[in-house]
Design a protein around this ligand. Structure first.
Ligand code: 26V
Length: 804
């Protein structure tokens, strides 16, 4: 059947008419925003046909489906990705051109959907793209936050947080489904009674009820029919219930639930709201799964055969007691049968070993907000204890208990209530097994596994770097587009000097694009022939942006002191948001910006280096920053970065990893070889030993190293700021609190590694070869590989079949 994107002409004709009809004006008189909305709606409706076919295929073939429960989905923009995946990009681009429009202008009208903090949310988005592209039925379940995390602005060198109004022009991809609304109940009390058969029944009398209303977005696979659903729940008032505080308070409470993405390390006041959010989208998501299951199957007995639920960290772990509640209270299952269904269905991914990020909730809070779930959690814990005791392991119970010291330990609940627990890189999974969940391994030796993260090569290579994609196609054909492991074919060409030159030209072109953005938005001129050295990620002490800026400070101070010491020109790029309440992280942002002012305005030194802080790090910024990089800074304290995924995006675009042996860096070097990365610093074992023996002393390093002293002293001697107290938190963190993340311990090794990076760059042919090897070996880090492993080893999910 011909469709309206069949040809340029049919697209043009339909588009013009649709715009004109929608706004009641001649096409020529409509605004770009109006055209954007109509174009978006046309694309979404076009995807609707495949959406329907996918739903029908699932029903007809009784296929198993995955639901990825995540509090965060950092989708970024979808127009390019949808057009490319639907294979209609060129038709639309050419058609718009005929109409005097530039497709880039349309793409730029879209706001980033920034519904997340960082890596965890972006991983969920990459997974959505891979699931659909691999023909797997896998859907996302999240909250429709009215505002994204925040928009970062730098004023007086400091971060300020502005609201991120991503919905201000609407969201063209979503479909509102009020008919699928679900009531979510909070607070109140629970009544229990025995029926005639001696069976206990619970009745929840809530004091706060909200209506969860879904907005669905189609998730389009790359050149396939499969179109999955990302379901975002909004909270609306329930017409029949007003809480005890009166109408106004009720309205405010409902509005608050979906107002904002929670920053990862915020204050205590927000905690109850965060728990409310967690239950809100869990309860709604489970209700929908149960209802759609029962539309096809007679009972929930086979739920575990037809549904897999993956918990993206512990944030959605209430899935476990909630699914128990539904099975026990609404469908009258016995405990053991219900428990078997739940554990068969649910799997959990851990994304951090940072103790402060492992979720715990006060028992009182859970009991008062979710009284029935609390009863179930108590019972899960009681039976778990019984089981552990009976296996003669009572000595370890306190370590693994879900309830202890007045708190509910969500990670422990996740491990007990699921059939699979995975880490996100080999090293991280080892740390989980040997350390964080050690005692659980004794109880459940077969539950633990690793699934090394990945990134969608479609967004991060094909769509955001068309110049490199074209060169790769010319060199190795286009198989790598659907089978990224085929990038390995590039290995046969890495010595080819003509290719090396062409590749360096592509890199230069990407550097020019980034330089133009920097000039336009920040007014800074940068040398596109300098080494582009990039660190972009959330700002956190363990990620050690501080180590990076200390190196910059050291170079500056040395060049000032010694006119014979000069470096090969470099541009240091940073991009990072700090949680609004994280004072140390904010002070590091200030330091970077104040160092940038001094360095960039020094007429002598700025010939050799520039420092650029790009505000508001987001998916769209990443799309122009990472592929322009020469050096990828992955310098976390060993053992702290679970995986990292930015590291993979840089690698796929050729940058060389300058990193510690942490997270997925380990697997990157394993593939490219030590000669094609620059690895430095303490290993996990070294750090464990220093901690264990309590033998690390930051003052010893300060006293024994001239360079360290020079850098630390410069924080207080008015080199970067007129106020000697400006960087007090940083100074205290290192010198008074003994440098928790071993910044000073790795400083000299880092400086040396940076010298080696510069030496490598002097040999252009070898440098180009190294970059090409990085690209060639990056196929493994496609999220298609990651998702295939989840599908096979955890979900038992097979590709959909669309035979008529
Ligand atoms: C923690 C918390 C704690 C409670 C409040 C809300 C909240 C939100 C986020 C987080 C952090 C979760 C951990 C996380 O983002 N981990 C990152 O996951 C990436 C994907 O697996 C991985 O590449 C990064 O190394 C890891 O830091």
């Amino acid at each position: 059947m011909p469709h309206l994107f069949e040809s340029k002409d049919s697209f043009k004709e339909n588009f013009k008419e649709a715009v004109s009809d929608a706004y009641g004006r001649d096409f020529e008189d409509t605004y770009p925003e109006e055209r954007y909305i109509v174009l978006g709606n046309m694309i979404r409706d076009f995807a609707g046909e495949h959406w329907r076919e996918t739903k029908n295929a699932i029903k007809k073939t009784e296929s198993k489906q995955l639901y990825y429960f995540s509090m965060e989905f950092l989708m970024g923009r979808l127009m390019t990705s949808n057009l490319m995946n639907l294979n209609i990009y060129d038709v639309v681009k050419d058609g718009l051109k005929d109409l005097g429009m530039d497709i880039n202008d349309m793409e730029n009208i879209e706001s980033d959907a920034g519904l997340g903090n960082g890596g965890l949310g972006r991983l969920a988005a990459c997974f959505m793209d891979s699931l659909a592209s691999l023909d797997l039925a896998g859907h996302g379940n999240c909250i429709r936050y009215r505002y994204g995390l925040f928009k970062q602005k730098i004023e007086n060198n400091q971060q300020i947080e502005l609201p991120d109004c991503w919905l201000k022009n609407g969201n063209v991809w979503e479909v509102w489904k009020p008919q699928h609304a679900v009531k979510v109940k909070f607070g109140g009390y629970v009544d229990g009674y025995m029926d005639g058969y001696g069976k206990f029944h619970a009745q929840h009398h809530p004091d706060f009820v909200v209506r969860a209303v879904p907005y669905d977005e189609p998730i389009v696979g790359y050149h396939t029919t499969t179109t999955n659903t990302l379901r975002l729940w909004d909270a609306e008032v329930d017409e029949d219930s007003v809480n005890s505080g009166g109408l106004n308070e009720y309205l405010n409470q409902v509005t608050a639930i979906t107002a904002n993405v929670y920053p990862d390390d915020s204050t205590i006041e927000g905690k109850r709201l965060r728990l409310t959010q967690e239950y809100f989208f869990v309860c709604a998501g489970i209700d929908q799964i149960i209802r759609s299951h029962l539309r096809v199957y007679p009972s929930l007995d086979n739920l575990g055969d037809k549904v897999a639920i993956q918990l993206n960290d512990t944030h959605p772990v209430l899935v476990i007691p909630e699914l128990m509640r539904v099975l026990l209270d609404d469908y009258f299952y016995d405990w053991d049968d219900a428990w078997n269904i739940v554990t068969k269905t649910v799997a959990y991914t851990n994304h951090t070993v940072m103790a402060e990020a492992l979720e715990k909730w006060p028992q009182d809070m859970v009991r008062s907000l979710l009284p029935r779930l609390y009863m179930i959690i108590e019972e899960i814990n009681r039976r778990f204890k019984y089981d552990v005791d009976h296996r003669g392991l009572c000595g370890i119970f306190n370590n693994v208990s879900i309830l202890k010291e007045g708190q509910v330990h969500m990670a422990n609940l996740a491990v007990v209530g699921s059939h699979s627990v995975n880490g996100v890189a080999k090293l991280h999974s080892e740390i989980l097994v040997n350390d964080v969940f050690k005692d659980f391994v004794t109880i459940y030796p077969n539950k633990f596994n690793n699934k090394t993260n990945g990134i969608t090569h479609r967004r991060w290579l094909l769509f955001s770097n068309p110049q490199l994609t074209k060169l790769l196609e010319e060199t190795i054909g286009d198989e790598f587009k659907t089978n990224p492991e085929k990038l390995e074919d590039l290995m046969a060409h890495v010595e080819d000097e003509a290719l090396q030159t062409k590749f360096m030209d592509v890199k230069l072109e990407r550097k020019k694009i980034l330089a133009a953005y920097v000039k336009e938005n920040l007014g800074i001129d940068i040398d596109v022939n300098s080494i582009f050295d990039c660190q972009a990620k959330r700002l956190h002490a363990y990620k050690r942006q501080l180590l990076n800026i200390f190196h910059v400070m050291y170079l500056y101070l040395r060049m000032k002191q010694d006119p014979s010491f000069r470096i090969y020109p470099r541009t240091f790029f940073y991009s990072a948001k700090a949680a609004a309440s994280y004072d140390l992280a904010k002070e590091i942002i200030k330091l970077i910006n104040m160092v940038a002012n001094v360095v960039n305005n020094d007429p002598e030194i700025s010939k050799y280096m520039k420092v650029v802080f790009i505000p508001n790090y987001s998916v769209s910024i990443a799309e122009i920053l990472l592929n322009a990089a020469d050096v990828s800074e992955q310098i976390s304290t060993a053992g702290k970065e679970a995986s990292g995924t930015g590291n993979m995006k840089y690698m796929m675009n050729g940058a060389i990893t300058l990193g510690t042996l942490d997270g997925a860096n380990v697997e990157i070097v394993e593939r490219v070889g030590y000669e094609n990365a620059e690895i430095f610093g303490l290993h996990v074992e070294d750090i464990n030993e220093l901690r264990h023996e309590n033998s690390y002393n930051a003052w010893n390093l300060y006293n024994s190293s001239y360079n360290i002293r020079m850098v630390i002293d410069s924080l207080k001697n008015c080199t970067w700021s007129n106020d000697p107290n400006e960087f007090k938190l940083i100074n205290n963190d290192l010198m008074m609190r003994n440098d928790e993340f071993f910044v000073l311990a790795d400083f000299e090794a880092y400086v040396y590694a940076q010298e080696k990076v510069q030496a490598r760059y002097m040999d252009k042919s070898r440098w180009a070869k190294t970059m090409l090897i990085n690209i060639a070996k990056s196929g493994y880090f496609s999220s298609d590989r990651t998702i295939s492993e989840y599908a096979k080893e955890i979900w038992d999910l097979k590709p959909l079949s669309f035979e008529k």
